[in-house]
Design a protein around this ligand. Structure first.
Ligand SMILES: CC(C)(COP(=O)(O)OP(=O)(O)OC[C@H]1O[C@@H](n2cnc3c(N)ncnc32)[C@H](O)[C@@H]1OP(=O)(O)O)[C@@H](O)C(=O)NCCC(=O)NCCSC(=O)Cc1ccccc1
Length: 362
């Protein structure tokens, strides 16, 4: 990948003309732009490190959206009513849409989405490990939407002001939709909590299993550099995090956002009559926030659940869907090529001979 994408010519805020690109000058302009809170646009000059960091974050985010469809998607055929089923279909479809906006945003940095998907499939890039956990009961769908989408909104609302323009703009729409998902998740939990004792117990069980993945993994590693066995990695992560703050990619530290999430969830759980599975949660009058068990680096690494059955399952399922969808991509490319050449579309519908979704996979 080059420092600038192909065709990055004379547009954008900080683009230096040939006569004014003295040593250090583009970087000074870039830093002044970020310091002024203005958006960096695709054709602006940007340091290679910024471009790499942005691609890595947007790609991981896009991968998380599409992998995150799987736990809830597993319940589409088993929703308890037509109403709940149609809501869940719309919710899962929204997550696919978020992935698409984000892959498009990444492409403005000079990478191709096929390359990014390939990196996900080969294990070179990751999706959020939050989704390396199974959705065991119907209550998991409500819990994921309430807690995981709730964490996503708190983590991502500040990203609406992140320094890279296309990412910030994608985030505005994503956050509006995620906020709606949280409400439907809360509504589903309320219905279960006001239902039979078995339904309430099912809701509590789902919260017990999803609390740690949400509170730990959705906000990233703890801020502290004093990790356990993996202290060097932790220190490196903290340095990367500081760089991301300096470049306006992140606006708050991971632990600040985690604290906001706990503050939002505790009263909601109380209203539902559910217990968040952390005995350290209690109101701290002096700080004006809830205390909770800090996430430590070792717990974090363990919760990532790398190399577990569910981590492998998520990628295997994704890969199978990608391979089965190859004919759709080929048909779309052929259609686009004909349209570009001014030829009419082939009469036979592209999907007519394609494979349907198998019974087993459904
Ligand atoms: C919070 C974090 C994801 C990570 O924090 P940072 O401070 O940047 O951590 P840092 O990268 O320094 O860590 C070092 C290494 O550890 C890795 N690693 C870290 N954490 C994880 C992890 N959890 N899982 C796996 N790996 C993780 C990380 O890649 C790196 O490894 P590398 O060196 O690359 O090999 C941050 O990047 C962010 O805010 N991203 C934007 C938002 C976003 O992407 N949200 C995603 C969910 S959207 C959603 O869910 C919507 C939805 C809801 C419901 C249903 C369906 C969909």
């Amino acid at each position: 990948m080059s420092a600038q994408p192909a065709g990055a010519a004379a547009a954008g805020h900080g683009e230096p003309g040939p006569q004014e690109s003295g040593p250090g000058e583009p970087l000074d302009r870039f830093e002044a732009l970020v310091a002024a809170g203005e958006a960096v646009e695709p054709r602006d000059w940007m340091p290679d490190g910024y471009r790499r960091m942005m691609i890595r974050q947007i790609a991981q985010h896009a991968h998380s959206e599409i992998i995150g469809m799987q736990p809830e998607g597993a319940w589409l055929t088993r929703a308890p009513s037509l109403h709940r089923k149609s809501v869940l279909i719309a919710k899962v479809q929204d997550e696919a849409g978020h992935g698409l906006y984000l892959y498009s945003a990444a492409e403005t940095l000079g990478v191709d989405r096929a390359e990014l998907l390939d990196a996900l499939h080969r294990g070179q890039q990751r999706a959020s490990a939050t989704f390396n956990h199974p959705a065991l009961t119907w209550a998991d769908t409500g819990t994921i939407a309430w807690l995981t989408d709730g964490a996503a909104v708190i983590n991502q609302a500040p990203l609406c002001r992140t320094s890279y323009g296309p990412y910030a703009r994608a985030m505005r729409r994503v956050c509006q939709e995620e906020a709606f998902h949280v409400r439907q998740g809360y509504d589903l939990m309320r219905a279960l909590c006001e239902g039979t004792p078995e339904q309430k117990a099912m809701a509590q069980d789902a919260v017990n299993r999803w609390w740690l993945p949400a509170v730990a993994l959705m906000f990233g590693p703890p801020d502290t550099e004093a990790g356990g066995a993996d202290a060097r990695t932790a220190a490196l992560g903290a340095a990367v995090s500081r760089r991301a703050m300096a470049w306006g990619i992140k606006r708050h530290t991971n632990d600040e956002l985690r604290g906001r999430f706990v503050d939002a969830c505790v009263p909601q759980a109380e209203r539902l009559g559910l217990t968040l599975p952390d005995p350290a949660i209690r109101w701290n009058e002096e700080r004006g926030h809830y205390d909770f068990t800090p996430v430590d680096w070792d717990v974090y690494r363990q919760a990532l659940g790398e190399e577990t059955h569910w981590a492998r399952q998520r990628i295997a399922h994704r890969l199978a869907a990608h391979e089965e969808g190859a004919w759709v991509r080929e048909a779309a490319a052929a259609y686009a090529a004909r349209a570009q050449a001014g030829e009419p579309p082939v009469a036979q519908a592209a999907g007519a001979s394609g494979p349907g979704r198998t019974e087993e996979r459904a």
